[in-house]
Design a protein. Structure first.
Length: 133
């Protein structure tokens, strides 16, 4: 295991806790635990939609809440191992329907960590998106 691997895996675990948090209070708490106060989240635009490019806990929580509204009954799951070096980590994920384990959306993210292990920035990439999403 590379040096600091636990640091990367812990940050990614917090990231998924935020993305899978239920309810406004749990989401706010999870985002605060995962990201620095000035943390950023940048994702490409879904087909026909605007890109996500937000800064701060409120903006990040709003993006996550929007994903929950667009995909009710789904959760984000890590696929594969977390790979990291220095203050960077990358990992793949799927958005999975809890009812039947179908995964219409998949991608990978690259995160930058702060000294305290929280996320400073996320740059997302989409590998699979359903038409019209």
């Amino acid at each position: 295991m590379p040096a600091n691997q636990d640091r990367y895996e812990t940050a990614v675990a917090r990231y998924f806790e935020a993305w899978n948090a239920g309810g406004k209070e749990a989401l706010t708490k999870a985002v605060t635990a995962a990201w620095t106060a000035d943390g950023t989240y940048t994702d490409p635009p879904p087909e026909g939609g605007p890109p996500a490019d937000v800064r701060g806990h409120d903006g990040i929580a709003a993006v996550i809440a929007g994903a929950h509204e667009q995909f009710p009954g789904f959760e984000f799951r890590l696929t594969g191992a977390v790979d990291g070096h220095h203050d960077l980590a990358r990992f793949s994920w799927e958005l999975v329907a809890v009812a039947d384990d179908s995964a219409p959306v998949a991608g990978f993210d690259v995160i930058t960590l702060s000294d305290d292990g929280r996320i400073r920035s996320v740059h997302g990439f989409l590998d699979r998106v359903p038409a019209g999403a």
